[in-house]
Design a protein. Structure first.
Length: 139
C-alpha cells in the first residue's frame, strides 16, 4: 500500500472513530436525555426525534471507519457534523483562532473530512474494497 493510501486509510479510520464514539455515547445514554434539551433550546421541532437522528448520524462514523458504505457514511457524517457546527456551535464563529472556537472548528473539520470521503470513497483497506473485489466492481 502506498504511503498516500495508508495516510488516507488512517484519516478515514480516525475520523470515523472520532465521530462514531460521540454517537455511541449518545445512543447508550439515551439521545433524548443527553442532548434533547439542547436541541429543543435551538428551536428544532420534535427535539427528541432530532436528538436520535443526530446520534444515529454520528454513529454512522463507525461505518466510515470500517470503510463500509463509505461514500454514504461520509455524506451522513458531513451533513450531521455541518449541522452540529452551524446549529450547535455556530455562535462561536466570531471566535475563530481562539480557544473558545474549538468546538466549532472541530465539527467543521469533521464535516469536511466526511465530505472528502463521500467524494473519494474508501481507499485501500476497507470492507467496501473487499466486497468490490469479490463482485468485480470498483469503489
Amino acid at each position: 500500500m502506498r504511503a498516500s493510501t495508508s495516510a488516507a486509510v488512517l484519516l478515514r479510520v480516525v475520523t470515523g472513530i472520532a465521530v462514531g464514539s460521540h454517537g455511541l455515547r449518545k445512543i447508550l445514554g439515551g439521545a433524548h436525555t443527553m442532548i434533547g434539551e439542547a436541541v429543543a433550546k435551538m428551536g428544532f421541532p420534535a427535539p427528541e426525534v432530532m436528538a436520535w437522528l443526530i446520534a444515529v448520524g454520528e454513529t454512522t462514523g463507525f461505518l466510515l471507519a470500517l470503510g463500509l458504505l463509505t461514500r454514504f457514511a461520509g455524506l451522513v457524517v458531513a451533513v450531521t457534523m455541518a449541522g452540529v457546527a452551524f446549529f450547535a456551535n455556530g455562535h462561536l464563529w466570531s471566535s475563530l483562532g481562539k480557544g473558545a472556537a474549538v468546538p466549532f472548528e472541530y465539527s467543521v473539520l469533521l464535516a469536511v473530512l466526511g465530505l472528502y470521503f463521500a467524494i473519494t470513497g474508501p481507499f485501500g483497506a476497507s470492507v467496501d474494497g473487499v466486497l468490490n473485489r469479490r463482485t468485480g466492481k470498483s469503489a
